[in-house]
Ligand binder design. Structure first.
Ligand code: ADP
Length: 267
């Protein structure tokens, strides 16, 4: 069982990735695909004239401002654009892929941040109409049922809050929770970089392995959105996943390469 999180950045070919997935499934591996929709949300929000906004917490963490309209756009982008594209690319390769979201059968349940502190014009403000949070419980029943019947699940945000509302969640961390709930041995986080770089953006500064006791050091090297990937790696390892690889989604056979250990291996 391998959980693969597919990044949304430019330069990633769904066709190459899905051809690789099809070959692995044909060899008998059980694959579960997870994706986000950050870049697609930004593009769609601009097209719909709802300019994307990002907020910075007092501790310096940046996240998407998910007001009610942005939540709708986020769902359209994740489920309507990214999920459809991946499912189609898999079906074209002969895979019996099924697109689902974290809301379906209460798969991803999380906690909505009821009030978010953000720095606006140098002052801390409290935002109360934001729909984002984190996944803290995964019910693997639907995924296992699909896998047992020979289908390949492709999972999209959003997750479901305690109040049963959709919430924007980070897909890397949701994938980590999913891998743990499925007792998967491997979690592969594929993006448009070779792995965790010691001196970003110098691609020759790839860190090949991070033992669990050096996670703090790895976390301090990651900037921006890479921080969430290292955090996801930590959460997965602590929850029992044996190996996490941050690997390059731009390779010809990206899933196989990362599974063989190309990229940054956390173990
Ligand atoms: P995706 O959308 O593909 O999941 P993200 O954009 O969320 O990926 O995160 C990957 C990005 O993190 C890279 O494209 C890069 O810009 C950034 N990054 C920041 N620090 C590092 C680092 N130390 N090593 C690699 N990438 C980094």
């Amino acid at each position: 069982m391998i959980v693969v999180k597919i990044g949304g950045a430019a330069g990633i070919s769904h066709d190459a990735l899905c051809a690789d997935a099809a070959a692995l499934i044909a060899r008998g591996l059980r694959l579960v695909l997870v994706h986000g929709g950050s870049d697609a949300t930004t593009t769609l929000a601009r097209q719909l004239a709802h300019e994307p906004q990002f907020i910075t917490s007092p501790s310096g963490h940046t996240s998407r401002r998910t007001d009610p309209r942005t939540l709708e756009i986020f769902q359209m982008a994740c489920r309507g654009i990214v999920n459809q594209s991946l499912v189609l690319a898999l079906v074209r390769q002969g895979v019996r892929a099924v697109g689902i979201s974290g809301v379906d059968a209460s798969l991803w349940r999380g906690t909505r941040k009821a009030a978010i502190r953000a720095i606006v014009d140098g002052r801390t403000r409290l935002i109360r109409d934001d729909y984002s949070g984190t996944v803290d419980h995964v019910d693997p029943t639907l995924i296992n049922t699909l896998l047992d019947a020979g289908f390949t699940p492709v999972i999209s945000p959003p997750a479901l809050s305690e109040a049963r509302e959709p919430i924007n969640v980070d897909a890397d961390r949701a994938a980590a929770r999913t891998a743990a709930a499925l007792d998967a041995e491997n979690l592969l986080l594929l993006s448009n970089i070779p792995g965790l770089l010691r001196a970003f953006p110098d691609e020759s500064s790839l860190i090949q392995s991070v033992p669990i006791e050096r996670l703090d050091e790895a976390e301090s090297l990651a900037q921006g959105r890479m921080k969430n990937k290292v955090l996801a790696a930590r959460e997965a390892l602590l929850a029992g996943v044996r190996r996490v690889v941050i690997g390059d989604a731009r390779a010809d056979t990206p899933i196989s390469r990362a599974f063989e250990g190309a990229g940054t291996v956390f173990a």
